[in-house]
Write a protein that binds this ligand. Structure first.
Ligand SMILES: *Cc1c(COP(=O)(O)O)cnc(C)c1O
Length: 354
């Protein structure tokens, strides 16, 4: 007896994973180090007590989408919500990718753009970024013209490199082709740049901005993300999403989070301040550091192997992300900005190791 064989195009596919090691200081997955505000948690508890969990959730998630639309200054028809922005990306690929179509990514970038492309049978074309990881608008236009992708993924700020994509790059990609340009702004609030400014402009009906509550909103455990896009694109995502894919709990949490914008913004400011402090401290060490507009920093030890430094940090109970085996990131490591105390632990350990 044996189980049936897997889909041939996916036999070598591995699930997405990051190392889980038991450590005291966990700076490897870019979450917020702060729990959500206590007032939010209390409000969620009361909402939960009143909520009717025996009923299916609002399938259109109208109240949540209205709240997000209000926050973003767009109309409710321009918002699609998913269980994490990963589900949003999956719906975009199901609706606009698939067999016979191509997605374009610029590596190194967020691995799931390529991963979900494969799962949805969208063929993937990878282009490599230069050593400073910034994209050049002219080159991006050339790539889009050559590849003719149905979807082009940009990530701004880019995970794991930390640089924000200039709007010239997004604009140039929009002009060059006729597919969707998806700008993943999971870390958008840590940056001064946003593709939002291009909405309403030329070709903007093909622009989709994807955001998440996982990072800046300190709600990775809730699983809520959304796309801002043209109503036709949003309707196409709704058509492929599973019915009731967004639980009542998720919808409640999202609505309530948007009533606590000030406290969430305060957390973003705190982390941005710490990012400056950590990068200044790191700039005196034996390493190369890339400027970051996100809540993490990519760096490369000057005289030691990246993996070796990673292991020695784990020995000191500090876990960061080992990117040293990723394409274009030889010997590179990525550290998430934590609380002041966690950052001190990291800096001290790194100093010792280097
Ligand atoms: C963390 C991250 C996400 C978040 O995914 P969720 O499913 O919303 O938790 C999306 N895009 C990028 C680039 C990320 O780094």
């Amino acid at each position: 007896m044996s189980v049936p064989s897997r889909r041939e195009d996916l036999v070598d596919l591995e699930g997405y994973h990051s190392a889980s090691v038991d450590v005291e200081v966990r700076l490897n997955t870019n979450e917020s180090p702060f729990p959500p505000p206590p007032a939010f948690v209390t409000a969620l508890q009361s909402a939960l007590a009143e909520g009717a969990l025996n009923r299916y959730p609002d399938r259109a998630a109208l109240e949540l989408r209205r709240a997000i639309a209000h926050y973003e200054g767009v109309s409710v028809e321009e918002i699609f919500c998913g269980s994490g922005s990963n589900e949003v990306l999956e719906c975009l690929l199901l609706a606009f990718g698939g067999s016979g179509r191509t997605a374009l990514v610029f590596e190194p970038t967020y691995a799931l753009h390529g991963h979900i492309s494969r799962i949805t049978q969208t063929s993937l074309t990878r282009r490599q970024r230069g050593s400073d990881f910034a994209l050049d608008p002219t080159q991006v236009a050339k790539d889009v013209i050559e590849v003719q992708p149905s979807l082009t993924f940009l990530c701004s700020p880019n995970n794991p490199t930390g640089n924000a994509e200039s709007n010239d790059v997004v604009h140039s990609a929009l002009e060059a082709g006729d597919g969707l340009i998806i700008v993943d702004e999971a870390y958008g609030q840590f940056s001064s740049e946003s593709a939002q400014e291009l909405r309403g402009g030329e070709n903007a009906e093909r622009l989709v901005i994807v955001k998440t509550f996982s990072k800046t909103w300190a709600l990775a455990g809730v699983r809520l993300g959304y796309a801002i896009g043209d109503p036709e694109v949003i309707a196409a995502c709704e058509a492929v999403a599973l019915p009731y894919h967004l639980s009542s709990l998720t919808q409640m949490a999202g609505i309530l989070a948007l009533a606590h914008v000030d406290e969430m913004d305060e957390r973003v400011r705190e982390i941005t301040k710490e990012r400056l402090r950590v990068s200044e401290a790191m700039s005196t060490m034996a390493l190369r550091l890339w400027p970051s507009e996100a809540n993490f920093i990519l760096f490369k030890p000057s005289d030691r192997s990246g993996h070796d430094v990673w292991e020695r940090l784990v020995e000191r109970s500090v876990l960061i992300r080992d990117c040293s085996s990723w394409s274009g990131l030889e010997d590179c490591l990525r550290v998430t900005i934590g609380t002041a105390n966690e950052n001190d632990r990291f800096l001290k350990a790194l100093e010792e190791v280097l």
